[in-house]
Every structure is written in structure tokens, then in C-alpha cells.
Design a binder for this molecule. Sequence first.
Ligand code: PLP
Length: 467
Amino acid sequence: MKYVSTRGKAPVLDFDDVLLAGLARDGGLYLPESWPVFSAAEIRAMRGLSYAELAARIMRPFVEGCLNDADLARLCAESYGGFTHPAVAPLRQIGHNQWVMELFHGPTLAFKDYALQLVGRLFDHVLKKKNQRVTIVGATSGDTGSAAIEACRDRAAVDIVILHPRGRVSEVQRRQMTTVLSSNVRNLAVDGTFDDCQDLVKALFNDAAFRDEINLSAVNSINWARVMAQIVYYFAAGVALGAPDVPMSFSVPTGNFGNVFAGYAARLMGLPVDRLIVGSNANDILTRFFEGGVMKTEGVVPSLSPSMDIQVSSNFERLMYLALNGDGAAVDRLMGEFRGHGAMVMPQGAWSSMRDVFEAYRFDDEATLAAMRSLKRSTGESLDPHSAIGVAAALKGHSRKDATVVALATAHPAKFPDAVERATGIRPGLPAHMADLFQRAERMDSMANDVDALKSYVRAFAGRTGA
Ligand SMILES: *Cc1c(COP(=O)(O)O)cnc(C)c1O
């Protein structure tokens, strides 16, 4: 499979180069040159496969030429073997035709594990093949850092440094990162905000000499391999609920648009997806876009669902490229407009083709708490605030009331215990495999908000083995 950039000006690459590159050189995002489509018979034949087997079946066409079937099957088995639910992405029924897909049974209790567990292994595999090493440097406001650390710990070809703003992540989030004592992992508590951390990381990537010296890399949410791995659970839910013979809709609590875009990809690949329902919190740039066709940034306000507190949904560019029929020049022009003026107007045809599939709803903190309370009352289940927005959007949207709808639960309630307790009066406990989190030893270093200090730190860490 070959990959093209959404802006049409970067070199066409193979899967392994797309994996390591992340962002395309023209500023665009990579997409497969063509979409593999599974026939109805092929989808029927997926019934009964384990999650890891299904993952290999779905992703095979995307990695063809770079990864053989045996390696792919092994990497999938290793990636999902450690999940704490045997179904990996189990479905729970919450109404007649309404289901919740639990995507929080990975090592850090959020859906990002489903992609990152595989992506960490893919990095290691491809780098060893090329006889290379990388140092991954990233900033986190909470969830992504721990998922990335769990994905990269103990991988021979990868070192990882994660920056977090000191005192501004929850204790569970910090401990999920700092209790990983592997020699290839470092945590840095920075005196500053999340934006300061992100600016420090950007400064490293913008220093071309330093980037090459260290072989700097990232595993951020625009990496194609993360989207690819997320397509799998849409098929898993679909096949379990009767695809290809039963159509269904999915409702997705959305920030960077990576998760819900994977649902769109599943639809392109033959899964009978009726509607894709986007749930947002008060940071509702996507909801406003689907309502009016104009993408316009406003300031970010903190909410109970911090992993969706975003200003710009970077993966949206992928949908744009497809809706504009692969016109990279048009994407480039619109993104330039957006960067320059904080707003862009989608051409009418592209917007209406998006609206054929997508709809979006916003829920502020009060509405989120109300949704958590109401679900607790009707089913006895606690949901975290992100997942509650997914369920609330499913119940509100869902144009065909008789059709099956699946809401994606993106985090375990114990990751956001304060909000859950506020909504339901009950404080959720950590699952058994993490019950001793507060007793585990922590390791982290501290740093001022200073680029040169960060460079010396990363240089010393990357150079410690003479690599
Ligand atoms: C990252 C995250 C989201 C948003 O997912 P996107 O792919 O960025 O749209 C939603 N919920 C949780 C719990 C997350 O960690």
C-alpha cells in the first residue's frame, strides 16, 4: 500500500515510512492511496475471530509490502494479549437497540491504548529492521502520555521522554506515568502549563540539527497507524451486532477527530455504518462546523472531559481531503485560510457530503453530569464524563430511532473519579491490576520551562547507551 499526503505535495510513501514520519513534509496528513473494501461475504467470515485475529485481518491490506502476515499476527496478539477483558472491546447493552463499547480495558484505562499498544510495537519492529533508534519526545495534559509510555516501555529501539505540567495533571494520571521505571522511559515535570510543555516540544522539533542528531520522533494522534488500529474496533462491534446484514450508527466523544475518523474509514471499507454522531463538550468547534459549515476557533475552556478540550481537531483534515475528492491544493488553501484567520468556510458540496454521514451535539458540564446521573439510574452503570457525552449524543442524535447505535466509552470511570462522584455520589475504584497504584514507587525529573535545559536533558538521555 502507498500513502499520499492530504496536501498533495509530499512524497508518496510506504507504510513503514509513514509510520515513522507522522506528519507529511508538506504539513499534510497521510492517507492510503486507495481503500481496501471487504465484501459482505468477507465481513460475515469475520464472525468468531478473536480481537487480535480480526485486527490482523482488517489491517493487513494497509501494511502489505512492509510487514508479513506472521509478524502482523504476532504483533496483534502481543498488543491485545495484555488487555484485562477477554473480549478486548466488549459491548454492553444499555437500551433496546443501544450499546456501549467499552474501550478502557487496556493498560492505562483509556481508548488510546487500543492504537498505541500496537503502534509502539510497530515502531520497534520497523526500526530494528532498519537498524535505527529513535527518541520520542511528547507533551501531555494527562491521558496520552501514560498510553505512550505504556506502549514504548522496554522497547529496544525506542527511548521516550514525556513532559507534563507540574501539579496540573491528576494524581492517577501522574502515577500512571511516573511508576513506569523502565530504563528507556523518562518523565519530566515542567514548571509551566500544558501549552508551555507543548511549546518546548515544538521547539525541539523545529531545530533541524537537534532533531537529526537525536533522531527525534513522535507518536501523536495524527499518525496514520493510530487511525488504522482504531478501525478494528468498529468492525468488532459491527460484526458482533450483525454486520453486514444489520446497519448501525456510532456515537463518539470527539476531540482531535482521530477516533471518529476511524469510524468513517470503516464505512469506506464496507462496514454498513449509517450515521457517525460526534459528541463535544463546551469546546464545540466541530459541532458548530457540522451545524453551519464554518470551522472557526474560539478559546479553549476547561471542562469535566479534559481530553476533548481542544481548539483545533487535527484529524479533520483527513475527512476534508476525502470530501474534496482528493484535491490536495484545495485542502492546502483552506488550511492556510484557517491558520491565517482562525476560520475556514467549507465548499457547499463538501459540507453537504459530510452531513450525509455526520451529525454533532454539544454537552456542557451540567449536561454531562446529568447524562452520567441518568445512565446510572437507568442501568446502574457509571460512565466517565467523556463516555457520557458519547452516550448522550447517541440518544439525542441517532436519526433512525429503530436502528442500532453504539456509543464508544473512551475512558474508565476510575480515571475521572471526582466527576463520577459528583454526578452519582459513588467514587469508582481502580480495577484490580492497578489497585496498588498509590503504593508504587515513582520516578520523575523536574525542569524549568527552558528549551536549552530540555535539549541537554534529552541529549544526555539519548546518549547514555552510546546510541
Ligand atoms: C483522546 C480522548 C478523546 C478524544 O479522542 P479523539 O480521537 O482526539 O477525537 C475522548 N475521550 C478520551 C477519554 C480521550 O482520552
